[in-house]
Each structure stands twice: as C-alpha cells, then as structure tokens.
Write a protein that binds this ligand. Structure first.
Ligand code: NCD
Ligand code: ZN
Length: 347
C-alpha cells in the first residue's frame, strides 16, 4: 500500500531569498513548501534597519502569487554600528522576529558583520530585556583555526560565556554541524535552540571530494565528518524540542559555484521537506518529522502553530538537474538524484 503522510504545514526557520530577479525565481519554491520562512538579512546591502526589513518584506510579498498564503518573517543584520535605538523599535514590528549575528568575514555577504562579539554585549543585554531572539552564525573566523573546528571553537570561546552572561536571551545556533554543537544545545537551558539543514543530515565532508571536488556540496559551516552527521541524526531522532527545521537554502548561480573560487551555499528550497522526510524515514522516525518541521520552531519563536497541512507520498522521483534563473541556472541539492518522498499537496 502506498504510504502517505499528512503533517501540519512546516516552516523554514533559516532561508536566503536574496533580492530582485534571483528572489523572484526562488521565492515560489519556499512558498510552496513552507507556510512561513525566516528570511536571512545578508543581502549585498545588508538589512540593518527596521525600515529596510519592512521594505524587503514587501518586495518578497510582491514576488508571491496573489493567492499565496506564505508569510516571510524578517531579521535584522547586526553590525558594529547597530544602535540600541534601532533594536528598541523591533518589538513594535511583529514581522521582525530576531537579529542575525555574522562574524565579519565568516560567510557570504558577511563583510558588514561584527568584528568582535564582546563589543556588542550592549546589544545582547537590550535584546535579553526586550526578549528579541539572537540568531548566531556560530563560527570563529580566525584563519589560524582549522575550518572544521570553527564551530566548536566558537562555542567554547564565545557562546558559553554569552549564554552565561545573558541566561534569558533566546539564542538560536543556526545550521549546526557538529556533535559539540548538539551536545551544547542539549546541555543548555530552554532559551537555546538550533536549526539543522538537510545537507548536514544527508552528507559528510567526504561528499565534497567524492570523485573530484564538488562545489555544490560546499556551504558554511562546511560539512563535517561522519561522526558529527550521526550526532545530528541522533539529535533529530531524540525528538528534543530544541532542534528544528532551517534549510539554509542559499541560491548561488552555477557559474559562481563552478568557479576557481566557488561561493558557499547550497540551494535546497525546491525539495526541502521531501529531503527531510527521506532522512526521517531512513531513521525510522517519521513520526518525529512534524515536531521538527512544524511545531518546535514556531513554539521557540512564540508564534502560533500553523493550522493548515501538507501531504507527502512515498514515491520515487528525481530532483531536477537544474533550476532556471533567467539565462543562468542554479544546481539544487541532490540534483538528478532519486528521492523517496514527494510533496503532493501544500497549502
Ligand atoms: C549562505 C549564503 O549563501 O548566504 N551560505 C552558506 O554557505 N550557508 C550564508 C550562510 O548562512 O552562511
Ligand atoms: Zn544561512
């Protein structure tokens, strides 16, 4: 008998939608799969003010089909210059749900990020007071630190202290990749949670080098060794409410990925919930998918759970080789590969 699955409509708590033509091409995928998505602010000109976030929100909404019920959730990009007055405006704007911390130079469009996290404790203190969540790209950028250790070192050098200093600050450690991160999340208070991407559940660092260098498996934080992937699988299997869905879907044109200096980022938006379903099925934990994909993130952010639902069917299909964007293409995660779950109805 065909296996089907109906779950409450999921939300993506970490996505890059970009702007302009690229945004217009990728938004429909996220809007089809998810009811809400937390949109990262790392545009070429970063979203650092409430006004910019509101304008960006309206550009995203304009790019949706008129009958779409997709709702973007917005974030501000923290810089060395972000003023406390700007932070104070956030609670008046329900659609702005957090502030994103990028260490300067850590990843795509992070040049305007924070140079020294200790210098922004004034902001974190205010965020704790106003109960505004802090979303962390949790990696150090010191070139002397091995790239595979940068998440662990960030936790040891910065995050433990940050959480201890501001115990009531809600923190999301984004796109976790290591056992160290999963252990930290489980051992910290309920104010701390983490998102997990499909690629870090599906792939380990060998996949970047399988049969030659594969730029489409390069993202930041970079894929880690298999023991870490297993720890992430254990984290989602545990059913802990501290881990929830965040794809980190990050569209880059093929020409900028297949390049002498390829960009970091993996595009998964077109088949994200199907990839997660395949992971949970493989683990024999399909009953845990709904909590991870549809409940725990909303609960953490203090948002209502979605009332609508989606249907998935267990049926083989092949992820498209490419997604067209004007004259260019994006190569999605698992391009041309067969997967076992398919979204049949979303709303
Ligand atoms: C993201 C992007 O392309 O914006 N890239 C990535 O590798 N994940 C930025 C980020 O979240 O680090
Ligand atoms: Zn990201």
């Amino acid at each position: 008998m065909t296996k089907t699955l109906t779950i409450t409509s999921p939300d993506d708590f970490h996505v890059h939608l970009r702007d302009d033509a690229l945004m217009a091409s990728v938004v429909p995928y996220t809007a089809k799969q998810f009811k809400r998505a937390l949109v990262m602010p790392n545009l070429k000109v970063p979203i650092t003010t409430v006004d910019q976030a509101i304008q960006y929100e309206s550009r995203i909404k304009k790019s949706l089909k008129s009958d779409s019920r997709f709702q973007p959730l917005m974030t501000l990009y923290l810089t060395d210059k972000t003023s406390l007055d700007e932070i104070k405006k956030i609670p008046e704007h329900k659609q702005i749900v957090g502030i994103k911390y990028y260490p300067a130079g850590a990843t795509t469009n992070s040049d305007s990020g924070v140079k020294n996290i200790d210098d922004r404790y004034d902001v974190f203190e205010l965020m704790e007071k106003l109960d505004v969540p802090l979303l962390l790209h949790g990696e150090v950028v010191d070139p002397a630190i091995d790239i595979f250790d940068r998440e662990k070192v960030f936790i040891d050098q910065h995050l433990l202290k940050l959480h201890k200093t501001f115990p009531n600050l809600r923190i999301v450690l984004e796109h976790i990749t290591t056992k160290d991160a999963a252990d930290f999340i489980l051992s910290s208070s309920k104010k701390v949670a983490a998102t997990i991407t499909p690629q870090h559940l599906l792939l380990n660092r060998n996949h970047m080098f399988l049969g030659g260098i594969n730029p489409h498996h390069y993202c930041l934080p970079v894929l880690k060794r298999e023991t870490h992937r297993q720890a992430l699988l254990n984290a989602v299997s545990s059913g802990s409410t501290k881990f929830f869905l965040g794809t980190d879907s990050a569209p880059h044109l093929k020409s900028t990925k297949e390049n002498a200096c390829g960009c970091a980022g993996i595009f998964s938006a077109a088949s994200a919930i199907e990839l997660y379903a395949a992971v949970f099925d493989e683990l024999n934990e399909l009953d845990k998918l709904e909590g991870f994909a549809s409940f725990y993130g909303a609960d953490f952010y203090g948002l209502e759970r979605n009332k609508s639902s989606i249907n998935l069917i267990k049926e083989d299909w092949v992820i498209p080789e490419k997604i067209t964007v004007g004259d260019e293409v994006i190569i999605p995660l698992y391009a041309g590969r067969k997967i076992s779950w398919r979204l049949t109805q979303s709303n």
